[in-house]
Design a protein around this ligand. Structure first.
Ligand SMILES: [Mn+2]
Length: 338
């Protein structure tokens, strides 16, 4: 065996000529940036690379190099299959239906199931793109301006512009290195986070009309009817969750998005000190302490009520365990001094 996973990955790349890279359904900036960044670097090494996203590429990422190479299905055979930014294989959709065990899984989700032959999973990493930026040089892959722009897009997206609670000096150093390679931070920042369509802002308005709160939990819902009336083209929340998370005294923000297949996409955002990954997992989803999500089959109102109820229990338990901890520490203090 090899000394390190980096060595094993490097050897596997050297042995492989045709490489498939996939990421998750409803791809976000980290899925896209990781897929394109790794894919372009391998193409530059002369590999035949297929980059596949079952739901295709969101329009706002079209300006990235390599975006025209992304397909919705895989064609033919491969020497190597790679899954980026996915905690479980089901999140890739049906792209890998012929592959039971991918060769490599590169991810940063705490709930990752280590489903591949080689698993580079760094739960402390702010983005899969940050993990790639750190490891690609040790695999002999060059980070040029085009690759750096894709990777910085992934970091900007998953850290919501360097402001999630997991942001670290190391993530900023990696980002600075990508800027040194030529990535244009102001342009990528606006493209990834700021720029919106007229319809997206209208969609926010519809959701904000249903703004609700119960103590420190706030939520909003987006219906299929809102989408149709406003002409919002995608099936996501248009990042409305980030507006809810801006409410100063809210500990947890939740967004509910009704989908055509009879399911509701639920996303949680939590303040530091609260872990919503477990609650997402309990409903069959996954994610991080500060941001998690799941698709739940059912009626919007019923899903909303059961999720809010479960989230209230989580919040109560979180504060109960914190109070217990303080009590225990006080008791210890009494022993020490008493
Ligand atoms: Mn990610």
């Amino acid at each position: 065996m090899y000394d390190s996973i980096d060595e094993a990955i490097k050897v596997k790349f050297a042995e492989s000529q045709s490489i498939l890279i996939v990421s998750h359904i409803r791809p976000d900036g980290d899925a896209v940036g990781s897929l394109l960044g790794l894919g372009l670097a391998l193409i530059h090494q002369g590999k035949a690379v297929q980059m596949v996203l079952e739901d295709g590429l969101p329009d706002k990422y079209l300006p990235l190099s390599g975006s025209d190479l992304v397909r919705r299905t895989a064609q033919g055979e491969f020497d190597m299959s790679i899954v980026v930014d996915c905690s479980d294989i089901e999140r890739t959709g049906s792209v890998l239906s012929n592959i039971s065990k991918p060769d490599l899984n590169i991810d940063h989700h705490k709930t990752n199931l280590n489903f591949a032959a080689l698993n580079l999973v760094e739960a402390d990493s702010v983005a899969t793109a940050a993990t790639l930026a750190e490891h690609m040089p040790s695999w002999g892959l060059e980070i040029d301006c085009a690759v750096a722009s894709c990777l910085l897009t992934g970091i900007i997206a998953d850290t919501i512009g360097f402001r999630t609670s997991n942001i670290s000096a190391q993530a900023l150093r990696l980002s600075a290195d990508l800027i040194d390679k030529g990535a244009d931070l102001p342009k990528l920042y606006r493209q990834t986070l700021v720029s919106r369509s007229f319809e997206a802002i209208g969609f926010w308005g519809a959701g904000l009309n249903r703004l609700g709160r119960d103590g420190a939990i706030v939520w909003a819902s987006l219906t299929l009817d809102d989408r149709r009336k406003i002409g919002y083209p995608d099936d996501d929340d248009a990042d409305l969750i980030n507006i809810l998370a801006a409410i100063g005294d809210a500990k947890i923000a939740i967004i509910f998005v009704e989908h055509e297949n009879g399911s509701v996409k639920v996303s949680w955002r939590a303040q530091a000190g609260i872990d919503v990954s477990g609650i997402a997992l309990s409903f069959g989803g996954g994610g991080h302490a500060a941001a998690a999500g799941v698709d739940i089959q059912g009626d919007l109102t019923e899903v909303r009520d059961s999720v809010i109820q479960a989230t209230k229990v989580l919040l109560a338990e979180t504060f109960a365990s914190k109070n217990n901890k303080i009590l225990v520490e006080e008791e210890k203090g009494e022993h020490k001094y008493g």
